[in-house]
Every structure is written in structure tokens, then in C-alpha cells.
Design a protein around this ligand. Sequence first.
Ligand code: FPP
Length: 246
Amino acid sequence: MQTISKELPKDLDQKRLPRHVAVIMDGNGRWAKRRGLPRIIGHRQGVDALKKLLRCCDDWGIEALTAYAFSTENWGRPHEEVDFLMALFERVLMRELQEMMEENVRIQFVGNLAVLPPSLQTQIDRSMNLTKENTGIQFTVATNYGGRQEILQATRAIATQVQQGHLKPEEIDEALFSRYLYTANVCDPDLLIRSSGEMRLSNFLLWQMAYAEIYITDVLWPDFGREQFHKALSDYQQRNRRFGKI
Ligand code: FPP
């Protein structure tokens, strides 16, 4: 068996790594289709790729990884595929929880979770509760997530605070707004990786990604491994992040 080095590749600068990486894991279906396999096999392989990336981020000292597992628009897929994905998420959580504990991972789910199948919600609650004191990598899974919907729920919550007299409109600033988002406990992503060549944000972390560097690769998600991540980080380290300044 090939042993994987946990060391950060020599050409990468530890001090200039992104603190938070976000991923849009596109291309599972195409990966399977190219092999004459059902799309669901692609999703299963996609989970493996995500697991490897999580471990790699942890090995290389990245603080947070956020993955877009299911968007609010994904309900429009054939119901067999939606059912498969929900069952897959549940199985993955049951299967991986022990290992996440051993590896000190803190997992959280973000999105409108209340409409997910109750048995999945149970596993989500269990995994979030069990790992909440862990001090290792923050792993966020966006499930039934939509960026606009997230901004709307934050706006409604803030409006309620104003209406009840707990907050003045002039007190609403970027820092306060961020605290009402699902991601209040993590810094904004520095790097967004999207696989399979698609060049869209697809309603993912719209507020949080204001200054993220975007890296698009043609590689299909199940084939995204350490080597591709290394390439994405090399590319990121060559960027000059100006945050609107010169
Ligand atoms: C899109 O591929 C990918 C998804 C719908 C994500 C599936 C979710 C995972 C791999 C991770 C789940 C993780 C946890 C921790 C529960 P696609 O179907 O859009 O592919 P295509 O663009 O080729 O059709």
C-alpha cells in the first residue's frame, strides 16, 4: 500500500496557506457516466474524495473546510437520486463519526436542516453534539443550503431584533451581520475550489465569499486528490490578494 506523506509539500509556504477552504464538488455524475456506471456510484466516490481532502487539510494545517453537499436547488433532481443522497449522508455520518472523533474533527451542518429526513437530522444532531468540543479542523457541510436563503434568514432575525427594540438600525454593520449567518463561528473562506470546469458560484456562501480566491479545475470531483489540492494551493499562493486595495 502506498504511504501518504503528511508533510506539507516543500514548495508551499506554511505561513501563506488559506485558513479556510470551500469546495463545490461537481462532476460526480459525469465521472460515473464516463465509466458506464449509475450516477449514485459517482456520489459514493465523491464522499471518498471529500474524506481524503479533509484529512489532507488537517495534515497540512488548514483550519477549516466547507463542502457544498446539497443545495436548495438540488431537490429538483430525480427523486431516486435525492433519496439516495439523503441516505448516503446519513450512512456516511454513522460510519465516519468514530474516526472524526479520533481525528479531533469538529463537524457542523449548515442550511435549512429542518426539512431534511428526520433520521438524517438525528445523525446530524448527534455528530454535531459529539464533536462540538473537538479542537481540530472545523468541517462544515452545507446541506439544503442556499446563500440567498441564508442572507434572508439573517435579515429576518436582525429585523426582529430591531422591531423588539434590542438593536438600532445604525448598529447593523458587516461584523454584526456575519454573526447572524450559519457560519458565524468560522472565518470567511480564502479559497474556493470548484471541480469539473464549471464557472459559477451556484448560490454558495455568497456573503462569505466576497474576497475569496476562486480556483476552477477540469478534474471531476471523484478524481480530486492530494495532487490536485497541491496545485490549487500553489496557484493560490501566487495570487496577490488585495481586498480592493492597490
Ligand atoms: C455534484 O455532482 C455533487 C453533489 C450533489 C454532492 C454529493 C455529496 C458528497 C460527495 C459529499 C457528502 C458528504 C457528507 C459528509 C455527508 P453532480 O451530480 O452535480 O455531478 P454532475 O455535474 O457530473 O452531474
